[in-house]
Design a protein around this ligand. Sequence first.
Ligand code: 13P
Length: 340
Amino acid sequence: MNAQVLNETARALVAGDKGLLAMDESNPTCHKRFAKLGIPQTEAARRAWRELIVTTAGLGECISGAILYDETIRQQKKDGTPMVKALIDAGIIPGIKVDAGAIDMPAHSGEKVTEGLDGLRERLAEYVRIGARFAKWRAVITVGAGIPSRGCIQANAHALARYAAMCQEAGLVPIVEPEVLMDGAHTLERCREVTEEVLRTVFDQLCTQRVMIEGMLLKPNMVLPGLDCPKQQTVDEVAEATVNCFLRTVPAAVAGIAFLSGGQSAELASARLNAMNVRFKSRLPWALAFSFSRAIQQPALDIWQGKDANAPAAQQALLQRARCNRAARRGEYSAAMESA
Ligand code: 13P
């Protein structure tokens, strides 16, 4: 493990008010999003969509790193250029999702545990050879009646820490993603309580597994009311609850926090990130950045619909979201940017 390289990569991923683009949907997830728009659920369509993303001119001004799926990191553009090279040429650091997805957890009805540790050392070595410089592992925590359980939180935190230590050994910066889901009618207060417990457990496990905290990024949920909760707090209330939760739980040594969007609308995700940076940036130990998938990709995907003729407009929409989120990092985002 080269601590300096890890720290430099982690810092580069949150430098310059940029953030990450998650484009690492597994095939089933990608197909669900394609199906809603009538896009063929084929390898060719997945490749075309990802080529559209990586060839968006100017994306590297707002996006520091892109998280790829195993299929994409091995693919080429139509002209034969590897996707990885296209990203590097655009000034974007290539990363890779390495978890194998979340399965139902035994003896824990309604809860999931993420798999993928077996054979991970060999897979990481191969991804390093292909050009990846960071990795991602997502754990899923569901909020509901009597859940999450201690067993679910502990099993997922342990796996995240084992993964993170293995990544650092391989020279890859681990992005540690414990996602408390927005699904359900729970309150913001309940999300805060669960997120705090999850983050405490995750950092306890990261330290136990000797992960170098300076050489990792945290990819958390914002602290939000459930999608079906009747009380939906204001943007400022969400910003305050989220920042306070992290101040209590996330070590100052963490190189950066890059939020997932988790099913928020693209506009709300930008507005909430912006509010956090407007109100708290000057007194936080870590950068508050983004690592969005849906909140960057979805408006562009809605325009593309699998048709070549729509590609320029889709790329414009993708760039627009990336710019809005860079502005949100600066605390300079406004609703007026949406119509610009
Ligand atoms: P969303 O921003 O769509 O939540 O996706 C982020 C991600 O990478 C999920 O693992």
